[in-house]
Design a protein around this ligand. Sequence first.
Ligand code: HEM
Length: 141
Amino acid sequence: MTAAAGPDLAPALDGIRLILHVLAATIWVGGQFTVTGLLPTVRRLGDDAPKQVARALARLLWPAYAVLVVTGFWNMAAVHANNGGSAYQVVLGIKIGVVALAGLGVWLHQRATSRRGLAIWGSVGGTASIAALCLGVFLAG
Ligand code: HEM
């Protein structure tokens, strides 16, 4: 009896590579979403509470960003990204730019002192992070 044709499982190493990349993406993107949503509650806990929570969030976000960059280059090597079609190359190039913008936005947000600066850089970081996530899904095909 022949096995029914159907979808295959990812090989173990590819699975580990993508699990690390996606897990780090959930922390980088989800962390920003979650803390933004909790902010009105955090503000009620005290004047210093938002700063303390922001510092604690940074301790989670930056290791996740580092994992994203390392596993991002691992992705490129594993899928032989240089051999991809021109649409793939364009999307990958845009994604790398958007990832850099996300990192810059979050970094400047952490250093902003005015409400305006906090809002602008927080939005840039958050929007670029979501864009990176969406482009990544298209790259994975
Ligand atoms: C904010 C940072 C990043 C986020 C949120 C992000 C998110 C994602 C997501 C959600 C996927 C889809 C995984 C799947 O559906 O299985 C993906 C795939 C991918 N990412 Fe990223 N990523 C980031 C950074 C990077 C960087 C820095 C690079 C390259 C240097 C990169 C290269 C890739 C590649 C090549 C794929 C396709 C992998 C495959 O086909 O197996 N990513 N990314």
